[in-house]
Design a protein. Structure first.
Length: 486
């Protein structure tokens, strides 16, 4: 097992973004006061330490420069180092908030042995200006302890003899347990090995014995290596700068072929594509498009970039292009011969993609059915690119054109629609009618239009031509129009 500890990861990652000349430290708020979270060597040389209250640190070092700690940025830096460490092992996992653990079984000989592997690792960290301490041992617990107490390579079978002088905190026990062991006079790992196990378990819990057994190799500790998420991206560097839109489109087609082939190999489809164009003056232009549904067909994707490419300023020329798919979804393989319905779906998806990139995907809506008997709530509007067509119920006799309740000038009577009524400045005469269809309000929703109670709906055909959907409210006698048939 190989363990790498980065004692100043957070501070060095922050100093990369904005260097500081004075002693530097990151602070983290705990309770009602700030404490030092991570320091640089200049701050440590002043006698400051991790966990010290910020007020005490400023009393010792008035020139201390501080910034609030960014735990998400620190986690991102460790994730980047984890991907980098996969050059030494295919199985790499986080080891705490500032460490890595890797299983290098059968790998060390590729680098010329364990010593050469550690030397290569330290040289690369030195060139990257990162402080890292590495250790190799038979067990993960032993490698973890050595990395945080000097590092080195532990020969096989010597865990129980070479690590006895390390403090009990190296066993990865919590702070309270370490203090309790110190009060009992058990300050070193060797002190624990010599003690009977039963009293230790009764007083300090089984967790202490588990950590001790993992250190000694008596209990296995599998490495929970993270699954590497595939990165979908490709780039091309040009021997000569280009500036014509046709040349950029030709380079884009080559990038799309490579990217779509990689997507197909992982059974994925792109939902968003980003094209970065590096100019010779080191400026970067960008074009980004969205897709209405997962897609990996270069011939259908390329035309969607045309409006964005026409707006790009090539400057003195473009010498490199990079195409990535930051958002992908699963897409199963499909047959080449498409049915008429599948071609229709592809054409609709292309239309939504074109309109969505111009107007915004949230501006293109489609109605979806809902489980409600109230006509106004029988559907909802959802973005068409992020929803699937719903299964509408069987066609009913309700009109396609629904509007808000509009009062009619008619004599209020129940049981039969009015013989004549006024609407839109006209007097209409009823020719024939069918109904009623009684609908009760949804009592769990407060809708001002339904506070008058239940409604009796009628389909009315007038002598003047309009076919209307009227309703009558028995509790508050009145007639209203709810919609008009096409």
């Amino acid at each position: 097992m190989l363990c790498i500890w980065f004692p100043r990861l957070a501070s060095q990652a922050s100093l990369r973004q904005s260097p500081a000349q004075e002693p530097f430290a990151l602070t983290l708020r705990r309770g009602n006061s700030d404490h030092l979270h991570c320091l640089d060597p200049l701050a440590e040389a002043q006698g400051l330490s991790r966990g010290m209250p910020l007020a005490d640190a400023r009393a010792i070092c008035p020139d201390l420069t501080t910034r609030p700690a960014d735990l998400m940025a620190e986690m991102g830096a460790l994730s980047g180092l984890r991907r980098w460490a996969m050059r030494y092992s295919p199985l790499v996992a986080r080891d705490g908030s500032a460490g890595l653990a890797a299983d290098i079984t059968g790998v060390a000989h590729l680098f010329g042995g364990e010593e050469a592997l550690c030397q290569d690792l330290q040289d690369r960290l030195l060139r990257a200006r990162l402080d890292g301490i590495s250790a190799i041992a038979d067990t993960r617990g032993a490698a973890h302890a050595m990395a945080r107490h000097g590092g080195g390579i532990l020969p096989p079978g010597q865990v129980s003899t070479r690590l006895t002088a390390l403090p009990v905190a190296a066993l990865r026990v919590d702070h309270n347990t370490a203090e309790a062991l110190a009060r009992a006079g058990l300050c070193r790992i060797g002190d624990l090995i010599a003690q009977p196990r039963a009293p230790l378990a009764r007083r300090f819990g089984q967790g202490l014995l588990m950590r001790l057994d993992q250190l000694l190799g008596h209990q296995p500790e599998p490495l929970d290596a993270e699954t590497e998420t595939p990165f979908f991206g490709t780039r091309i560097t040009l021997p000569e700068p280009i500036g014509l839109q046709s040349d950029v489109a030709a380079a884009l087609e080559r990038l799309l072929e490579r990217l779509c082939a990689r997507l197909a190999a992982h059974h994925r489809g792109a939902r968003r594509l980003r094209l970065e164009l590096r100019r010779v003056d080191r400026a970067t232009a960008m074009a980004e498009i969205g897709l209405a549904r997962p897609m990996r067909d270069p011939a259908r994707i390329a035309p969607l970039f045309a409006p964005a490419l026409s707006q790009i300023d090539a400057g003195f020329g473009i010498d490199a292009l990079r195409l990535t798919a930051p958002l992908t979804e699963a897409q199963a393989p499909a047959q080449i011969a498409l049915t008429a319905q599948e071609r229709h779906q592809d054409a609709l998806a292309d239309l939504l993609s074109r309109l969505g990139n111009r107007l915004g995907f949230d501006a293109i809506l489609r109605p979806l059915p809902t489980d409600s008997l109230v006509p106004e709530r029988g559907f909802l509007l959802a973005p068409a690119a992020f929803s699937r067509p719903g299964d509408w119920p069987a066609p009913s006799l309700r009109p396609l054109l629904l509007g808000g309740p509009e009062p009619l000038q008619a004599q209020a009577r129940s049981g039969t629609p009015p013989g004549s009524f006024g609407w839109s400045g006209r007097v209409l005469t009823t020719l024939r009618a069918s109904g009623p269809e009684r609908i009760a309000p949804e009592w769990w929703l407060d809708d001002p239009d339904w506070r008058s109670g239940m409604r009796d709906y009628w389909q009315v055909e007038t002598r003047q031509g309009p076919r209307l959907w009227l309703f009558h409210t028995p509790q508050a006698p009145a007639w209203h129009i709810a919609g008009e048939y096409a």
